[in-house]
Design a protein around this ligand. Structure first.
Ligand code: ZN
Length: 423
């Protein structure tokens, strides 16, 4: 049976202005028709009047870590809890993200093989959650982002359930990719610079060699897997773009050479600005060490400026949150979109495109991300209008309903249509 969601403001994320009011007809899990609200297309569909509501495509977070739960450092990432607990938390976070309106995410670093397992359980309908593109452990090097523990404790020792997998040389890098593909990943995550979360390897430091990085990309490309690269330092960004990664994460110290390399190689950038904004503005309150907060403040303005330059150069920006780190809870993708309006000066429309159409396309869900006939019926019904006031996205209770694959998975639509009726 077809259902017509009508009289709502409909943001299709196709680049066109919102339909005010519009109708979305859902049929057999897909979008059957979208257009201005009128009687003539309704046919024998069951009509649900959503007057005053806004319909968006389901939201996408291109930089999630389902296992992160208030992670503060190498200890809380890896040592403080067993893998079993991390797996349960990942499942809970998947359900939470769905409730918040996220119907698709890319997990860019997990412990063990948790993201793949949660992805499959969600796809089989055994767990509630967004559609997931999964990577496995972050490929790292000794002294790099993922080498969290001082050498006097672990000297070139790694354990199987870590967040990262450390490789030495191109052959180990290739083997890591081969095994990850065997283990079912959609994406290969690699790091090319340090991070504020590892005092042993700060963000400004380059880590993996160009040779190792090329080996990762070559092997992944042969296996038809794209590569997502953590790159904060100036040179790591250039190196990653030239090596052929598909997306660059953070790009904190992006400079003109980096923008040029990214634009030339058609790399998308996921700046995770919401996280850095939170730390620059509220880091001390969050209990982050003062020197790290000072560093965030120092780099933040430049980071924002560099991302603006990238946008001017035609680079695709995709919204991703990196949420689950210190006091930046899961679901930070909403904050991310607000940051694009407030700091980058994007229009509300353009900001929403980064978390719908563009993120879905880049992370590998070409049949989601927009409301167009034939696409998956993944959509969110909001009580407020983020096209007018982007902050509405972050308000509690703003989500009235979430529909995934035509099924009402969160909330209840007016008229009490049973979930089964839409699928
Ligand atoms: Zn991350």
């Amino acid at each position: 049976m077809a259902i017509a969601l009508t009289n709502a403001r409909v943001f299709t994320a196709t680049g066109d202005p919102a339909l005010e009011p519009g109708t979305v007809i859902v049929e057999r899990g897909r979008i059957g028709w979208v257009g201005p609200a009128s009687e003539e297309h309704l046919g024998d569909a069951e009509v649900i009047d959503l007057d005053g509501r806004t319909i968006l495509p389901g939201l996408v977070d291109a930089h999630a870590h389902l296992v992160y739960d208030n992670v503060q450092d190498g200890y809380t990432i890896e040592l403080s809890k067993p893998l079993e607990q991390a797996a349960i938390e990942a499942a809970l976070h998947a359900a939470k993200l769905l409730r918040m309106g996220f119907t698709a995410i890319r997990d860019v670093g997990t412990r063990g093989n948790i993201a793949v397992v949660v992805r499959d359980a969600v796809a089989q309908g055994r767990l509630p959650g967004p559609r997931i593109k999964a990577s496995k452990q972050i490929i790292s090097v000794w002294g790099g982002l993922g080498d969290f523990h001082p050498t006097h404790i672990f000297r070139r020792e790694q354990y199987a359930t870590a967040l990262t997998e450390i490789v030495t040389g191109p052959w180990e890098a290739r083997n890591a990719v081969r095994q990850q593909v065997k283990d079912g990943v959609d994406w290969v995550k690699v790091e090319a610079s340090g991070t504020g979360f590892n005092p042993l390897c700060p963000a400004e430091r380059d880590t993996i060699s160009a040779e190792e990085l090329r080996a990762v990309v070559e092997e992944a490309t042969e296996k038809e897997r794209p590569v997502v690269c953590h790159a904060e330092s100036r040179r790591s960004i250039v190196k990653a773009a030239r090596a052929g990664v598909r997306t660059i994460e953070h790009a904190v110290y992006l400079d003109d050479e980096g923008v040029e390399a990214i634009a030339e190689h058609g790399v998308a950038v996921c700046p995770t600005l919401g996280l850095y904004t939170a730390y620059a503005e509220r880091g001390l309150e969050f209990g982050i060490p003062a020197e790290i907060v000072t560093n965030h403040r120092r780099t933040h303005e430049r980071h924002v400026e560099a991302i603006r330059k990238a946008i001017d150069a035609g680079v695709t920006i995709i919204a991703g949150s990196d949420s689950g780190l210190t006091n930046f809870p899961q679901g930070g993708g909403l904050e991310e979109v607000c940051t694009y309006v407030e700091l980058l000066g994007m229009s509300e429309q353009d900001a929403l495109l980064t978390a719908t159409r563009d993120a879905a396309r880049v992370i590998g869900f070409p049949d989601a991300g927009t409301l167009e006939p034939g696409k998956l019926a993944d959509l969110v019904v909001l009580r407020e209008n983020p096209l007018e006031r982007i902050r509405a996205l972050t308000e509690p209770d703003v989500v009235e309903a979430v529909v995934k694959g035509g099924e009402v998975v969160v909330g209840a639509l007016p008229l009490g249509v049973p979930a089964a009726a839409l699928s």
